[in-house]
Design a protein around this ligand. Structure first.
Ligand code: GDP
Length: 388
C-alpha cells in the first residue's frame, strides 16, 4: 500500500511532480529539506524558518494541552526511533509509525540529539492524517522521502529519550572529547565483506569488530559472494578465488575460536541465508561494511520487499554530500530489525585506548594471533596514539 502523496517511482527522477513541490513547500523545513530535496525547489531561509516554527508551535501547543489535562510523561507509550531528520523523526510503536517532532529544549539538553534506535516517550496529538497501515510506512518513508513527509502533519511530540542500552559512535568521536552517537540500543552488528568486488579487507573487519564491541554490540562476521569461488564460476588464472575462500574459511575459524559468530553467504545463489535469518531473527542488527559487498542484496534475499538502496538515494543532499543523521531502522517480517548506516565507513572507537585495546584482541594478548590479526592490532594502536 502506498500512502497518499507518496510516489516511490519518482525517486531519483530529475523532475518531481508539481503537486509534490507544493506539498513540500507547505511542510518541509530545517534539515529535512537540506537532506531530502534533490534538485527540487529550494526555500528561502526565511520561508523555511517560518514554516518550521509554525509546524513545531502547533504540535507543541497540542501536546501541552494534553499535558495540562494530566497525562504525565511516565504514562506515555514508548516507541523506537526509525529515522531522524533534524527536529523531525519517525517513531514506531505497536506496528504503527508516527511522524514526530522533538521539543527544541529537549534537543538542546540532549546535546547528542535523538538517534536511530532511541526509545522515546511520545505524546500523540490530533491531526488530520489518515491512519497508516504501518507495516508499509517505513518503506514508504524511505522511498517517498520529501513527498511522504510533505503530505503529513506531525502526529506526536517526543517528550523524553529513555536511557540507552548500547551506543554506536561515529568515527570522528575518538579524536575528540565528545561522543557522537549514530545508533542506540542495537544488540548486534553484521559486518559484511565480500570475497570479490571488493575483496575482503581483513584490517577493516577487525577495526569494525572493535567498534562493535566498544559500543556494546555483539559482532557477527559475514563473507558474501562466495559463489565467485564455486567450481563452475569463471575463475582468475591460478584459482585465486578458491585460494581466497580457503583463507577466508581459516580467518572465520579463527574468529569462531574467539567466540565470534561467522557466516559464509551468497545472496545471488541463496547460500547461507537460513543461517543469516537465524542470526537476525528477534534482534536489532546494525549493518556494516563497504558499499558494494552485498548488504542490500542479502537483505533483499531474505525479505524481497525491503530495499535499502531506495532510501540511500535520498540520504544525499543535492550537493551529493552524505548526511550524518542518515541511519535508518527497517523492521523485519520474521522478527527483529536491521539498521542501515550509509556513509559511515568507519565506526568510532569511543572508549578504546592503547591500554585496553588488548582486551579486544585476546589472541594477540595470548600470543596465538595469526600475522594478519597482529597487523590489524598494530594499525589500530597507531590510530589511537595521537589521541593519547
Ligand atoms: P551494498 O552496497 O553492500 O548494499 O551492495 P549491493 O547489495 O548493492 O551489491 C553490490 C553488487 O554486488 C551488486 O551488483 C550485486 O548484484 C552484487 N552482489 C551482491 N551479492 C552478491 C553475491 O552473493 N554474489 C555475487 N556474485 N554478486 C553479488
Amino acid at each position: 500500500m502506498t500512502p497518499p502523496g507518496v510516489a516511490p517511482a519518482a525517486m531519483g527522477k530529475p523532475k518531481k511532480p508539481q503537486r509534490e513541490k507544493d506539498l513540500t513547500s507547505r511542510y518541509l523545513s530545517g534539515g529535512l529539506d537540506e537532506d531530502r530535496l534533490q534538485g527540487q525547489q529550494r526555500f528561502t531561509a526565511r520561508n523555511k524558518g517560518a514554516t518550521q516554527q509554525k509546524i513545531l508551535k502547533t504540535a507543541l501547543m497540542r501536546a501541552d494541552e494534553q499535558a495540562a489535562a494530566g497525562v504525565g510523561v511516565d504514562t506515555l507509550p514508548v516507541g523506537e526511533v526509525l529515522q531522524v531528520y533534524s527536529l523531525f523523526s519517525e517513531v514506531e510503536h505497536a506496528g504503527r509509525t508516527y511522524l514526530c517532532v522533538v521539543r527544541k529544549t529537549m534537543a538542546k539538553v540532549a546535546e547528542t540529539g535523538l538517534v536511530v534506535g532511541d526509545r522515546v516517550r511520545f505524546r500523540v496529538i490530533d491531526t488530520n492524517n489518515e491512519a497508516l497501515g504501518n507495516a508499509q510506512a517505513p518503506a514508504a518513508a524511505a522511498s517517498g522521502t520529501a513527498a511522504y513527509f510533505a503530505s503529513r502533519e506531525p502526529e506526536a511530540v517526543i517528550e523524553r529519550i529513555e536511557p540507552r542500552a548500547t551506543v554506536l559512535t561515529r568515527s570522528d568521536s575518538f579524536k575528540g572529547i565528545e561522543q557522537h552517537p549514530i545508533v542506540a540500543n542495537a544488540e548486534q552488528m553484521l559486518i559484511v565483506a565480500s570475497l570479490r568486488h571488493p575483496t575482503v579487507k581483513w584490517g577493516l573487519v577487525d577495526r569494525i569488530l572493535v567498534a562493535a564491541r566498544g559500543g556494546g554490540l555483539k559482532p557477527v562476521v559475514c563473507i558474501n559472494k562466495i559463489d565467485v569461488a564455486l567450481p563452475e564460476a569463471p575463475a582468475d588464472a591460478g584459482g585465486a578465488e578458491e585460494k581466497d575462500l580457503v583463507f577466508a574459511r581459516g580467518a572465520l575459524a579463527h574468529y569462531e575460536s574467539m567466540g565470534i559468530k561467522t557466516l559464509l553467504t551468497s545472496a545471488d545463489r541463496g547460500i547461507g541465508l537460513d543461517a543469516l535469518r537465524d542470526v537476525l531473527r528477534g534482534h536489532t542488527t546494525v549493518l556494516a561494511g563497504h558499499s558494494g559487498v552485498g548488504k542490500s542484496s542479502l537483505v533483499r534475499a531474505i525479505q524481497p520487499q525491503l530495499d535499502l538502496k531506495v532510501g540511500e538515494v535520498s540520504r544525499y543532499t543535492d550537493k551529493g554530500r552524505h548526511t550524518t543523521t542518515s541511519a535508518r531502522r527497517y523492521v523485519l517480517d520474521f522478527g527483529g530489525a536491521v539498521v542501515d548506516t550509509p556513509g559511515v565507513k568507519h565506526f568510532g572507537l569511543w572508549g578504546v585506548t592503547a591500554e585496553n585495546l588488548p582486551e579486544y584482541f585476546p589472541d594477540v594478548a595470548a600470543g596465538t594471533a595469526p600475522e594478519w590479526r597482529k597487523e590489524s592490532y598494530e594499525r589500530i594502536l597507531a590510530s589511537l596514539e595521537p589521541a593519547r
